[in-house]
Write a protein that binds this ligand. Structure first.
Ligand code: MN
Length: 357
């Protein structure tokens, strides 16, 4: 069996005792994927020092059987029959994933077992996922390359008269046609005044001359997410648009140049925030500088004020400052990079200079 997944299983086992549990009931979909390399949908894991089970139903049985050697298969309807499975095991302490167990399943457990046997656990597997191995970095890099190519394609595609929805669909069609397995998240493609919504939803508005268009999108390759944002102007850009764009770009480039493994995450955030605040736009940058990515689009670390964690080598982070002026426009520029002690390796190579299409 693949030693990569065997090592991950060993890492989980090594942490059970410190959480005061005899085993961990893994219900987070991405956590199941991390430990098995399989989709994780409607599957759960039960991991103890000696045993490892994959719990799922007939639909995923064949897939589960492929994991034999690492995980034994038990036919269990996740969310319904798991309690019976645990009751057959005697008085053990069961770690449950606090952020990934439904309230109804939790209540079933409480109803049928002593409360002190159910131990809510947070971050046990997520913490292991923070630092990426070579294959994870490589999959992310391939996902970023598809998104990069998509940006070039969109620079030719965007024209006045095309709706935001049509443009968003084109982004998605391009990525899936060029090797993406899935989207990382719902594509953002907004124009004109809609660009002031940091997470606007593409609508029927048509792109017009003089609009900014913000495209924030990503795809998955082998399960790993890419994430990038570019803001372009269509036809022309007025002086205010140009000035704000250059400021966001300066903040983004300053952060890219300053990030090192070993920094505190809030200090990473400050690299860009100081540039924007010093120019008087501090109130218009209301979100963090960035976030980790991996099997999920938002993972640790979080680059934002108050985040005291230390940035580690081989983490992946987005670097995405923005300025949003309600009813006028917004600008966000985002790259995705891996962290080293000497700086970042940027996975996104699309041009960041202001483009007026
Ligand atoms: Mn992002």
């Amino acid at each position: 069996m693949n030693s990569r997944f065997g090592q991950r299983l060993d890492a989980v086992r090594a942490r059970l005792e410190s959480f005061g549990i005899d085993g961990l009931y893994v219900t987070g979909e991405a956590n199941v994927t991390y430990l098995t390399g399989k989709s994780g949908k409607d599957c759960a894991l039960w991991i103890t020092e000696q045993d490892a089970f994959i719990l799922t139903d007939f639909r995923y049985m064949e897939m589960a059987m492929e994991l034999q050697g690492l995980f034994a298969y038990r036919e269990v309807k996740v969310g319904r029959d798991a309690c019976d499975f645990f009751l057959s095991m005697g008085k053990i302490r069961i770690g449950v994933e606090k952020n990934h167990l439904s309230l109804s399943e939790y209540l079933t457990f409480l109803d049928r077992m002593d409360a002190d046997r159910i131990v809510p656990v947070e971050g046990l597997i997520e913490r292991l996922r923070e630092v990426k191995d070579a294959l994870e970095l490589e999959a992310t890099q391939r996902a970023c390359a598809i998104a990069d190519a998509c940006f070039l394609h969109m620079c030719r595609f965007l024209k006045p008269g095309i709706s935001e929805r049509t443009a968003a669909l084109e982004i998605e069609f391009f990525m899936k046609s060029n090797g993406a397995d899935a989207l990382s998240f719902d594509t953002i493609c907004v124009s004109g005044a809609n660009t002031s919504y940091p997470h606007g939803i593409p609508g029927n508005k048509t792109i017009e001359t003089g609009d900014f268009v913000t495209m924030d999108y990503g795809c998955k390759v082998d399960g790993y997410c890419s994430d990038m944002t570019r803001t372009v102007a269509v036809g022309r850009a007025d002086e205010e648009m140009k000035a704000v764009y250059e400021l966001v770009l300066l903040a983004q480039r300053t952060a890219c140049a300053g990030i090192r493994a070993g920094m505190r995450c809030e200090d990473v955030d400050r690299l860009a925030r100081d540039v924007i605040s010093d120019a008087g736009y501090g109130d218009c940058f209301g979100h963090g500088l960035g976030h980790g990515t991996g099997l999920e689009i938002h993972e640790a670390p979080r680059l934002r004020p108050g985040s005291l964690e230390e940035l580690k080598e081989n983490q992946i982070v987005s670097i995405e400052p923005g300025i949003y002026l309600p009813k006028k426009f917004g600008v966000r520029i985002e790259d995705l990079a891996t962290v080293t002690p000497f700086g970042i390796i940027n996975f996104v190579s699309a041009s960041k200079d202001l483009m007026i299409l």
